[in-house]
Design a protein around this ligand. Structure first.
Ligand SMILES: [Zn+2]
Length: 433
C-alpha cells in the first residue's frame, strides 16, 4: 500500500525509534535556524533574548529550551506595529505566494504568509492527516468550504491532491447543492468542521437524502475539537455511516495533529513539529497542560515554542497503529482560558458538549455563561425537536451526575440557534444575568 504514496509520506518517519526521531527533529531545527537567523527579525530577537548569537550557538536541546515561549499576543502586536504582515519573515516579500488569516475568534485576525516551499509543507502535513484516516489514491475527497482566507481546508485540499486523491472543491454552494455534488461525483470522504457535518446531516434529513448511502466512508474534522468528543463522534458516524477522524491545526502553526485507525486520541506529527506540554501557570513540563509547538518545515515564517492555548493530556502507552508519534489522550480537551469554574468545579465547555450531544433530540445548543455575584453560572439553551421538557430535564440530570454541577437548561425553538460552516461559537459570555 505504501508504494502508491508519494515519497514524502515515507511511512518510516512515523515509526522512528525515539532517538532517531529526536535526531531527525534536530537536523530539521538546524536547517530552520540557518534559514531564519539572522534573516528573520522576529525569530532573531527571540534568539538574542535567549543569549544565542546565531545558528551555531544551537548546540543541544538545552539551548532550544532556552528560547522564549511565544504568545499569540506578541504576534498580534508585531503585526500591529509592522502592518500588514509583521516581521516574522525569513525572506523578501516577493518570495511569498499564499496569504491566509485566522478567524479572529479571540481578537484581531492574524495574517500569515507562506512561500512555495512552506505551502508544499502544508500539503505534506495534511498528507499525514488524510492517510491517518485511511485515505489515499482512488479516494474522492469533498471540501464543503467557501475557500476564503481561512487556511485549514485550503491546505487540506492541497493535501488531498499531494496524496494522489481526487480533491473536490465545494465552495460557492449551499448545503443542498453540496449534498447533490457529493452524490454525483462519488465522494468517498468529506473534510469539514464537526458542526458542519452535523448541519449537513440535518439538511439531508429534511430533504429525505439518505446520507449513509452516499458512499462516504471517512469524515475528517478540523477547526473545532468536536470529533474528539465521543458523543459528537458517535452522532456524526451514525448520521453519515462513516468513520469520523479528528484533526488539529492552526493558521499560525500548521496542521499538526491527526488520528489513526485506532482513533485513540490525536497523534502529533513529530516528523514536522516539536511538541512540549507545560503547566500553563509555571511553564514547567507537565503530563497534562498547555500544548507548546514548534514547526520545522515552514522556514519562511516559522514559529518556535508557541503557546497554542490548547489543553491536552499526554498518553504514554504505545499506539496499536505502530506510530511512535506522541499521542494526546482525548485530543484537544479545551482552551486553557475557556475553563469555567462553576460552583468550585472546573468545567470545560467540551465536557458539556459531550453530554448534550448524547441526546439525539437536541439539534443545536449554546452554553451561556454569566456571573452571579462572584460565581460563574451556566445556562444551556437547547434546540429540541420534540417533547422538549423531558429532554431538557434529562440533560440537566446528566450534567449533574457526570460533572457534579447543577446548570439551568432551557428549550429554545427549532432553527433559532446559529449554524456554522467554520468554527462554531457555542460558548457565549454574558456580562450579567
Ligand atoms: Zn495510532
Amino acid at each position: 500500500m505504501t508504494d502508491s504514496f508519494p515519497a514524502f509520506l515515507d511511512r518510516r518517519l512515523e515509526t522512528l525509534a525515539p532517538e532517531a526521531l529526536r535526531r531527525h527533529q534536530w537536523e530539521r531545527l538546524r536547517a530552520l535556524a540557518l534559514a531564519a537567523v539572522p534573516a528573520n527579525p522576529f525569530i532573531t530577537a527571540q534568539w538574542q533574548w535567549a543569549g544565542l548569537a546565531g545558528p551555531d550557538d544551537l548546540r543541544g536541546w538545552d539551548d532550544f529550551r532556552r528560547l522564549p515561549l511565544t504568545r499569540k499576543s506578541e504576534l498580534v502586536e508585531d503585526q500591529a506595529a509592522h502592518p500588514p504582515f509583521g516581521t516574522n519573515l525569513s525572506y523578501p516579500l516577493e518570495r511569498y505566494v499564499r496569504v491566509h488569516q485566522t478567524s479572529g475568534t479571540t481578537g484581531a485576525p492574524l495574517r500569515w504568509l507562506d512561500t512555495q516551499e512552506s505551502w508544499e509543507w502544508w500539503a505534506r502535513c495534511w498528507g499525514f492527516v488524510l492517510r491517518g484516516a485511511g485515505l489515499g489514491p482512488g479516494d474522492r475527497v469533498f471540501f464543503p468550504f467557501s475557500f476564503g482566507l481561512f487556511v485549514g481546508f485550503w491546505a487540506g485540499f492541497e493535501g488531498a491532491r499531494a496524496l494522489g486523491a481526487l480533491a473536490i472543491p465545494g465552495g460557492g454552494q449551499d448545503s443542498a447543492q453540496r449534498l447533490a455534488a457529493m452524490e454525483t461525483l462519488g465522494a468517498t470522504a468529506v473534510c469539514c468542521t464537526p458542526s458542519y457535518a452535523l448541519h449537513l446531516a440535518e439538511v439531508a434529513r429534511e430533504r429525505g437524502v439518505a446520507l449513509e448511502r452516499l458512499g462516504v466512508r471517512a469524515t475528517v474534522h478540523a477547526g473545532e475539537p468536536g470529533a474528539g468528543i465521543p458523543a459528537v463522534r458517535a452522532r456524526i458516524e451514525a448520521a453519515w455511516g462513516a468513520r469520523a477522524y479528528d484533526h488539529a491545526g492552526m493558521t499560525e502553526m500548521g496542521a499538526y495533529g491527526f488520528e489513526c485507525a485506532a482513533r485513540a486520541g490525536l497523534h502529533v506529527n513529530e516528523a514536522e513539529f516539536i511538541a512540549e506540554v507545560i503547566d500553563p501557570a509555571t511553564g514547567r513540563p507537565a503530563e497534562e497542560g498547555e500544548l507548546v509547538l514548534s514547526n520545522l518545515g515552514r522556514l519562511g515564517s516559522p514559529l518556535l515554542r508557541y503557546r497554542t492555548g490548547d489543553r491536552v493530556r499526554v498518553a504514554r502507552e504505545p499506539c496499536e497503529c505502530g506510530r511512535s508519534f506522541l499521542r494526546l489522550d482525548g485530543g484537544i480537551l479545551g482552551r486553557v482560558d475557556d475553563m469555567l469554574i462553576v460552583r468550585g468545579v472546573n468545567v470545560f465547555p467540551s465536557a458539556l458538549e459531550g453530554i448534550v450531544r448524547r441526546f439525539a433530540a437536541v439539534d443545536e445548543f449554546v452554553i451561556e455563561v454569566y456571573r452571579r455575584g462572584e460565581l460563574d453560572e451556566v445556562r444551556l439553551l437547547l434546540e429540541v425537536t420534540e417533547n422538549a421538557m423531558p429532554v431538557v430535564a434529562a440533560v440537566q440530570e446528566a450534567v449533574r451526575v457526570d460533572l457534579g454541577i447543577r446548570v439551568e437548561a432551557v428549550p429554545v425553538p427549532g432553527q433559532s440557534l446559529p449554524r456554522y460552516e467554520l468554527k462554531a461559537r457555542r460558548l457565549v459570555r454574558r456580562s450579567s444575568e
